[in-house]
Design a binder for this molecule. Structure first.
Ligand SMILES: Cc1cc2nc3c(=O)[nH]c(=O)nc-3n(C[C@H](O)[C@H](O)[C@H](O)COP(=O)(O)OP(=O)(O)OC[C@H]3O[C@@H](n4cnc5c(N)ncnc54)[C@H](O)[C@@H]3O)c2cc1C
Length: 762
């Protein structure tokens, strides 16, 4: 076509070549496009009739140009310099000018507006001729090093940096290399061997008093749990069952005689044991358990008995193979009277591993994950244990055979007893956080180097540069940092606790456990998908992390049930806060609320879309606090209304159940943001502070985006503001992307633990 006669006779026809190339290069000409181009050509009255016919023939779908034709047209176009051209008309004119020097005006104008007619983007079309000159923003985004990773890592590790380094070193030892087997026996033996290695290092007993071989350092125990969670989670759970559940139940529910007799051997794993609370018919509802411990005053013994098959202990870690003893939760019966749930030490096996008379143990078999842990069912048939085996810190039987307790209320005793076991609800979310960090490290490293698509003809783009990929991963990365600081806070509160603070700490632990483990499950799924097919391969680790940590949302308290506990605790506090106030303070409180409403909910603020305002930490925390207070107050009012109308309290709570779960979420989210903001404030290094404050804002804005329905419903924000928040959120994701790899580097996960080919550097 280019060298055909009509063009040789009238080089101005060259002006149409870029257009013809463009319409044919996507192979199909639709009838609408053909009609539009015909009418454009027919309007060119500066051309002769046969020239117009020649052009129309070039659009004949029965005679499309060959691939060779298209290549030669493109070669011709690329001979001219169109670096400043912005549309087809300019490229066409340059082509003519290159051939004959001058371009007549009609030719210059012939293609004006043709892109609009064909629905094309002018600049995009020009780039298709010179893809190498294209400089898209999306292509240009790369990982940068804007802050000192070592400093941030140091901040994250805190005062336990040496211990963390020690644990990581052990996990990187060849002895701790993952094993690839489906054989349950092999997996369980390996995990037991690993746990014994850890016990030898003194890690198992670290929380116990020094006289029993420990270091009296509870915070160190949680740090170990978290660090171990970069490795096989079966090991973490085995470790947690032995030294946490079994050991801590003896430590916290027992008294000195129990500590002396058992703690040392528990800490070295010389005495493997179980924590047997759950029964087939009673999981979340612990008070409903049916196993009995009947006191026999003459013999000074208890008889432990499983009254029916659904009262057998189920899912019990360490039971199927290794446990020699167990803390068994059972209803204490004295003279036929039920004194509620207490805990007893019951021997299960002898030192040779033989199951003792009266005890039946069944293996739970293969599970969705955590197959290195030997979970089992246990039944007791009139098993007699000595009186001193009752863990008697909160309840006991005196010399006369009567029940005694320092806590008279059954209810309070029960919750005090369970409250002492709150440690599990600190260890598990910290373990979940480590799993979250591992998955994010894998997905973000992969996203940084995996390339797919790109501008036509140009180099493909790292998938982490795509806005959806950023929106999927960056808020989760912000969440992980947010969880890190709030779980540090929880640990700290727990370590320094006073008796009066215990109820608040229990609620905090329940709420953060639920939030962290749910976030973990969500993060692992997103990371799996973000790695495409590679994420599905077991060698890339997300498989094991997902399967092993999934149950975290259920054990140590089912999350939905826990959120209701949080809500009940918040309602109790709310009631106390009001009943403790005198009239004058109530008036002040109401006036303060009104002031807040005026300052935060005036027409200017609810529509304020200024960047400065949207990124202001003060705005963030005020909005979180407003939501928390409003949901709590409305839940209280709603419950009161139902109760006042004569509704049964059980029904009233059930009617408000969704509302109560939201009370829990709003509380926990406020705490998380507060702790994140505090951590940012306390960061000294400017580079680290800058990146952390971006992450903190990202956490806040992603929560607003999640709850925008609520903020709109309640008039706290208008549509313009929630839209501006979304835009700002996308922008922050775009900015944080460049720090994302270093931000995961700061987790300092041992490469031996990550062990995912897609996460390898280089
Ligand atoms: C791998 C594994 C290891 C375990 N290890 C141990 C162990 O070592 N020792 C031990 O004692 N236990 C252990 N457990 C048991 C675990 O603690 C329980 O599974 C858990 O407490 C939940 O109880 P459940 O399974 O009976 O569920 P259920 O309590 O029956 O709950 C089922 C569903 O009902 C919902 N639900 C329940 N009550 C309510 C309510 N009031 N309102 C709204 N929804 C509700 C829950 O949200 C949940 O979705 C383990 C479990 C597993 C799977």
């Amino acid at each position: 076509m280019i060298h055909s006669l009509p063009i040789q006779k009238n080089p101005d026809l060259l002006v149409f070549v870029p257009l013809l190339f463009t319409v044919w290069s996507d192979a199909v000409l639709t009838p609408t496009e053909i009609n539009a181009l015909h009418s454009l050509i027919k309007k060119q009255d500066w051309l002769r009739e046969e020239e117009r016919e020649f052009l129309i023939e070039q659009l004949n779908p029965s005679h499309p140009p060959s691939a060779e034709d298209l290549k030669s047209w493109l070669q011709e176009i690329r001979k001219v310099d169109v670096s400043h051209a912005t549309n087809l008309a300019a490229v066409g004119s340059a082509l003519v000018a290159n051939s004959v020097g001058v371009v007549r005006q009609e030719a210059q104008k012939a293609l004006n507006g043709v892109e609009e007619t064909l629905g094309l983007i002018p600049q995009e079309v020009v780039f298709s001729f010179y893809p190498e000159s294209r400089k898209s923003l999306t292509q240009g985004q790369v990982t940068q090093h804007n802050f000192d990773v070592e400093l941030l890592a140091k901040q994250l590790d805190g005062s336990h940096a040496n211990l963390i380094a020690k644990v990581k070193k052990i996990l990187s030892d060849p002895e701790f290399a993952y094993i690839d087997t489906d054989n349950l026996t092999e997996q369980r033996e390996k995990v037991l061997m690993w746990a014994k290695h850890l016990a030898k290092q003194g890690f198992g007993s670290i929380a116990y008093p020094k006289i029993y071989g420990g270091a009296d350092d509870m915070a160190a125990y949680f740090t170990i749990m978290e660090t171990l969670s970069y490795h096989d989670l079966s090991l973490v759970v085995k470790f947690g069952v032995q030294f946490g559940l079994w050991g801590m139940s003896v430590y916290f529910l027992g008294t000195e005689k129990h500590h002396q007799k058992y703690l040392k051997d528990i800490g070295t794993l010389a005495l493997p044991g179980c924590f047997a609370m759950t029964e087939t018919n009673h999981g979340s509802n612990v008070r409903g358990i049916e196993t009995t411990a009947t006191y026999n005053h003459q013999q000074k013994t208890f008889t432990i008995h499983t009254p029916n098959v659904n009262a057998q202990k189920e899912y019990i870690g360490n039971a199927a193979l290794h446990g020699e003893m167990a803390t068994v939760f059972a209803k204490l019966i004295i003279d036929g009277k039920d004194y509620g749930v207490s805990a007893f030490i019951v021997a299960l096996r002898d030192k040779q591993g033989n199951i003792l008379p009266g005890i039946t143990i069944e293996d739970c078999g293969r599970k969705m994950g955590l197959n290195g842990v030997d979970n089992g069912k246990i039944s007791f048939n009139m098993v007699v244990i000595p009186k001193e085996n009752m863990l008697d810190r909160f309840a006991s039987v005196n010399e006369e055979g009567n029940f005694t307790s320092p806590i008279s209320s059954d209810n309070r005793r029960f919750f005090t007893m369970l409250g002492t076991l709150v440690g599990g609800r600190i260890g598990i979310p910290r373990s979940a956080l480590a799993a979250t960090k591992s998955a994010l490290t894998i997905a973000i490293r992969y996203g940084d180097k995996r390339r797919q698509f790109g501008p036509e003809g140009a180099e493909e783009v790292p998938i982490l540069n795509y806005r959806t990929h950023q929106r999927r991963l960056m808020p989760l990365l912000a969440n992980a940092y947010a969880m890190h600081f709030s779980l540090q806070y929880l640990t700290d509160r727990f370590i320094k606790r006073t008796e009066e603070e215990m109820q608040e700490i229990e609620a905090l632990a329940a709420g953060l456990k639920a939030f962290a483990t749910w976030t973990n499950t969500q993060t692992l799924q997103e990371c799996r998908e973000c790695c495409g097919g590679k994420g599905y391969l077991s060698e890339n680790r997300i498989d094991a992390l997902k399967n092993d940590s999934d149950i975290y949302t259920t054990f140590e308290g089912d999350n939905t049930v826990l959120m209701q506990l949080v809500a009940k605790s918040r309602l109790t506090e709310f009631k106390q806060e009001f009943s403790n106030m005198n009239v004058f303070r109530i008036l002040n409180y109401v006036a303060d609320q009104a002031k807040t409403s005026l300052s935060e909910m005036n027409p200017f603020v609810i529509r304020n879309t200024d960047d400065e305002h949207l990124l202001d930490p003060e705005f963030h925390i005020s909005a979180f606090r407003f939501r928390e207070r409003d949901i709590l107050t409305s839940a209280a009012k709603r419950l009161k209304r139902h109760l006042d109308s004569g509704m049964d309290s059980f029904d009233a709570f059930n009617v408000c159940q969704h509302h109560l779960v939201e009370v829990g979420f709003a509380y926990v989210e406020r705490i998380i943001l507060e702790q994140f903001q505090l951590a940012v404030e306390q960061t000294k290094d400017e580079g680290c502070k800058k990146v952390l404050s971006k992450l903190c804002a990202l956490f806040a804005l992603s929560q607003f985006d999640k709850h925008k329905g609520w903020y709109l419903e309640n008039g706290y924000m208008e549509g313009v503001k929630t839209k501006a928040i979304r835009k700002q959120l996308n922008q922050l994701c775009w900015e944080v992307r460049q720090d994302a790899v270093p931000l995961t580097d700061a987790f300092k996960i041992p490469e031996a633990c990550l062990s995912a080919p897609i996460a390898r550097r280089g």
